[in-house]
Design a protein. Structure first.
Length: 65
């Protein structure tokens, strides 16, 4: 089942932004998000919290055939 989101535009700039990101690949979008995350962490001095959360997110799984 495919769901389609409805988008409303408040300005021409917003429409241009949406069209810009529609033209980008998944990898380019993901890279942009990662860059924004890194800028946020640096700007608000969240490195210690980020490092601590990375420790909690690590998991080890064993795949058994």
């Amino acid at each position: 089942m495919i769901k389609e989101a409805r988008v409303t535009y408040n300005s021409f700039a917003e429409k241009d932004d949406i069209n810009y990101w529609k033209g980008k690949s998944f990898e380019e979008k993901l890279t942009a998000v990662q860059i924004l995350r890194e800028q946020y962490i640096q700007l608000f001095n969240k490195q210690d919290e980020y490092d601590e959360s990375r420790k909690r997110l690590r998991r080890v799984y064993r795949i058994i055939k």
